[in-house]
Design a protein around this ligand. Structure first.
Ligand code: BG6
Length: 478
């Protein structure tokens, strides 16, 4: 659905996120005819460039980060026509009048703060001082949204001095992923799953976000964060919310976010023996974590596995296992809902143990698989086997389909539409930190080292053992 004409300013317009994600996403929307030609995209950053020099940078970024079959000259040039550039000083006065000249009062206006959080306050202040902010202005902010509860509160307070909560779009790009939204469709659009979605029928849930990349290139940031702050507090927490929350009464921003908030607040504190942290070693020409972050010593985790309990009527007794890490065997993000055994097997012990598992694949190969038990075909008697009922979105929608959109592209368009459903509310972020802080403190206070694991593995052995102790096992990363 096309949006109304808008002026989108990207502070940090020459940065990595703008080049890799924001601009390519906007280009794809433009190419599919969903962005009016009367819109403007204004890059704002410190570098001294003119419009054409910035357009050259944008062109180069699109060539690098957009699939070749989606790059055609006509769309590319059409898109570059929308681009402007302003050289600006976030902490001073240079460039603000020039920016104002580009931002048209009769257009939807949004400002993307793709900059360090320490600049949120100065930018917000200047937007007001130079008369570019009114009740309809939207601002978009990125993670990391603080590094603990206190700093997140401080950021929320700073933004609240200048903008109303309805104007603030806190991005967690996992919420823009196709399958993540499908999770809500699956749960609340079907009659089939919701009656079983509780501790009576679900044995446990596993959420895995495995990456093959290391932290090279962003070692400075990463070493101060670790997997808990970089991935669990935000992305995995959001996935957990969508899996665990109660059905909202309607698909409306606050109704959805109220339920997510309740789910976060129902999380139990995590016990130290329910946490496994790991750090990758080097192997052959692959550098170790310490080499990647250029440190002789570091206790930061590049892998973490956790067992999480939720204290409410729906989930008491059904653990949720979270695991994420860098330099693992494969890039694989999925949620697996492992159902309980049938209460009684009429087929006897030799039929084996069969379980229904619903797997929701975020990437790659987005889709869902429901493992069901059937009789093995043939004359061999009543032998049971597990087969997948598979729905891979690319196949179901057709390989050519443009509908499997990138997360950023969907989220930026939601900002323009004024739809906050897939953005985090301030209280949600704070609740997530309130749960995360004591966990991080628990290892900071003991100086406990993460377990080493080899690149290309599934993480440290201790992570497998944590589940093994409870007679469960992780799904394979492959
Ligand atoms: C980012 C993290 O938020 O998400 C990165 O900072 C991580 O460390 C990335 O690699 C993963 O995103 P995706 O979409 O590639 O799964």
């Amino acid at each position: 659905i096309p949006v109304d004409p808008f002026d989108l300013t990207i502070f940090g317009g020459t940065g990595d996120l703008a080049r890799r994600k924001i601009l390519p996403g906007l280009y794809r929307r433009f190419r599919s005819g969903q962005m009016p030609e009367d819109s403007r995209i204004i890059g704002a950053a410190r570098s001294d460039l003119d419009d054409n020099q910035y357009r050259d940078e944008v062109r180069a970024a699109l060539k690098e980060f957009v699939d070749r079959d989606r790059l055609d000259d006509a769309s590319l040039e059409g898109f570059l026509d929308l681009i402007r550039y302003v050289s600006i000083d976030a902490m001073g006065d240079a460039g603000w009048k020039e920016l104002k000249a580009h931002v048209r009062p009769d257009h939807i206006s949004a400002f993307y703060f793709s900059v360090a959080p320490s600049l949120f306050g100065p930018l917000a202040e200047r937007l007001h001082a130079y008369g570019m902010a009114d009740q309809s202005t939207r601002i978009v902010v990125e993670k990391p949204f603080g590094r603990d509860l206190e700093s997140a509160r401080e950021l929320n307070r700073t933004l609240a001095e200048h903008f109303d909560e309805t104007q603030i779009y806190r991005i967690d790009h996992y919420l823009g992923k196709e399958t993540v939204q499908n999770l809500m469709a699956l749960r609340f659009g079907n009659v089939l799953f919701e009656p079983l979605w509780n501790s009576q029928y679900v044995d446990h849930i596993q959420i895995t976000v495995a990456e093959t990349v290391g932290v090279g290139g962003r070692g400075g940031y990463y070493d101060r964060s670790g997997a808990m702050r970089d991935m669990v507090q935000n992305h995995l927490m959001q996935l957990l919310c969508l899996i665990a929350m109660e059905p909202p009464s309607q698909f409306d921003p606050d109704a959805v976010r109220d339920e997510k908030l309740k789910a976060i607040r129902a999380l139990d504190p995590v016990k130290p023996d329910s946490i496994v942290r790991g750090q990758y070693t080097g192997k052959g020409s692959t550098p170790s974590y310490l080499e990647d972050v250029e440190a002789e010593e570091s206790n930061t985790e590049s892998f973490i596995a956790l067992k999480v309990n939720i204290s409410n009527w729906r989930w008491a007794g059904t653990p949720i296992y979270l695991r994420t890490g860098k330099r693992l065997k494969a890039r694989q993000s999925e949620i697996a809902v492992v159902f309980k055994d049938a209460p009684h097997s009429i087929f006897g012990a030799e039929a084996g143990r069969h379980r229904n598992i619903l797997t929701i694949r975020l990437q790659p190969n987005e889709g869902m698989t429901l493992g069901v038990t059937i009789k093995e075909p043939g004359p061999g008697g009543m032998r049971l086997i597990d087969v997948p009922l598979d729905m891979t979105f690319a196949e179901a929608l057709g390989a050519e389909n443009d509908q499997v959109t990138d997360a950023y592209e969907r989220l930026v368009m939601d900002v323009i539409r004024g739809n906050q459903t897939l953005f985090m509310r301030g209280d949600e972020v704070e609740a997530a930190w309130a749960w995360t802080d004591p966990i991080i403190e628990s290892w900071d206070s003991t100086d406990r080292k993460p377990f080493p694991y080899e690149p290309g593995s599934s993480g440290p052995e201790e992570s497998a053992m944590m589940l093994h102790r409870e007679n469960r096992r992780w799904r394979e990363i492959r």
